[in-house]
Unconditional design. Structure first.
Length: 137
């Protein structure tokens, strides 16, 4: 059975500086990692930067991954979701997702939570409202 790995949150510039200061003193990556409370892989991740720019290279951190705001749904799809919701206010996010996919030859264009986000942004999302109506019937 594999052992669980310890999670280390993103490091701070102070931790990175301490990591390399201790490493320079002891020339021991494991001891420096323990003292700075970071994983050994963090040392090897930052070492090329340290070699190139020194301590100044440890100050900034570029986030990895897709930038926020990319991957948004096309405007015409959002419009279609809003139109469907206006015509069928009793449909939920799953039904709206299925109807948009059905119109696109059953190729999904968005997820149910994206439908919810579109409706929230338009001020049309009222969770629980439909459940109250069903209970009264």
């Amino acid at each position: 059975m594999k052992t669980k790995r310890v999670y280390f949150p993103p490091t701070t510039p102070q931790q990175r500086k301490l990591l390399f200061e201790i490493w320079e003193q002891t020339n021991n990556v494991t001891a420096a990692s323990r003292k700075a409370h970071v994983g050994r892989t963090t040392f090897y991740y930052w070492k090329p930067r340290f070699d190139k720019d020194g301590y100044a290279g440890l100050e900034t951190y570029e986030k990895t991954g897709v930038p926020k705001g990319t991957g948004r749904v096309a405007a015409e799809v959002e419009t279609k979701v809003l139109e469907l919701h206006e015509q069928h206010a009793d449909w939920g996010k799953h039904r709206l997702t299925d109807e948009v996919a059905k119109a696109n030859n059953w190729v999904p264009l968005l997820s149910p939570n994206t439908v919810r986000r579109i409706l929230e942004d338009a001020g049309m999302w009222k969770p629980g409202e439909n459940r109250v109506k069903k209970k009264q019937l």
